[in-house]
Design a protein around this ligand. Structure first.
Ligand code: GLN
Length: 249
């Protein structure tokens, strides 16, 4: 079965190897007998309801975000419609910021977002850089950790009642103060975690794949666990680095 992924602005929003997240999704889908069909989506892309099962967008410097934000905002209605139809989303850093209402960048310009996630972002003067460790509970009762790397000037403010992706164990997170990182709304996940994120957090890759397949079939498949020994080691190294030095200017 094909799982159709819309990769938003791959040529503009792709830093710290964010493109690697697609490679992980492709490989883990193939190991389970699914084929990931990845379509690059940019200005004026035709996004029809129900056609994509998962949308992915990576991070980018303020300059790249400013170049594409108005076009991405124009795709906003179609992307929100796809979300309402049950498509999954993974957005990293600069992409995460543009899934909110707006990002006021370091020059003070307000870049429009698509308003899918209940949040806005304002750049601060000092960048928040380093390893991060989060505690998450995407499914009630199933506590997991996420380990990655952050580098952002943006301080993201979640709306009252909005659900963060996780609690910060080590690192800065959304704003260096709230103690939370990222945002999750239904099948949409936004996070500041680069690395890339998914090779060292395979459980999240499987969760996203299951959501994408559920969009196509109506129910998430029960995946057989994979050995993931190397992934576990990569996670542990990243987690220890975060505990040792995350969240310090
Ligand atoms: N340009 C944005 C910021 O500085 C996002 C950076 C990123 O994607 N790493 O906050």
């Amino acid at each position: 079965m094909n799982v159709r992924v819309g990769h938003l602005y791959p040529d503009y929003l792709n830093i710290y190897a964010d493109r690697g997240n697609i490679a992980v999704l492709k490989t883990r889908a193939a190991w389970r007998g699914y084929r990931l069909e990845v379509r690059p989506l940019g200005a004026g892309a035709a996004i029809r309801r129900g056609e994509h099962d998962l949308f992915y967008v990576g991070g980018g410097q303020d300059r790249e975000q400013a170049l594409i934000a108005p076009e991405l905002a124009a795709l906003g209605p179609a992307l929100r419609d796809a979300f309402d139809d049950g498509a999954a989303f993974l957005a990293v850093c600069g992409g995460y910021q543009l899934l909110g209402r707006f990002y006021r960048d370091q020059s003070g310009d307000e870049l429009p977002g698509i308003g899918l996630l209940p949040l806005h972002t304002v750049a601060g003067s000092r960048r928040m850089i380093g390893d991060v460790l989060l505690e998450c509970e995407l499914e009630p009762g199933s506590k997991r950790t996420l380990a990655g790397f952050e580098n952002h000037a943006g301080r993201t403010i979640l709306d009252e009642g909005a659900e963060p992706l996780g609690r910060v164990v080590a690192g800065f997170g959304n704003d260096g103060e709230s103690g939370y990182e990222g945002c999750r709304t239904g099948r949409a996940i936004g996070t500041y975690l680069h690395g890339p994120l998914l090779p060292r957090n395979p459980w999240l890759a499987d969760w996203l794949l299951a959501q994408a397949i559920a969009h196509r079939t109506g129910a998430p498949p029960a995946f057989e666990p994979l050995p993931d020994e190397l992934e576990r080691q990569a996670h542990d190294v990243s987690a220890r680095r975060a505990e040792a030095r995350g969240g310090r200017f």
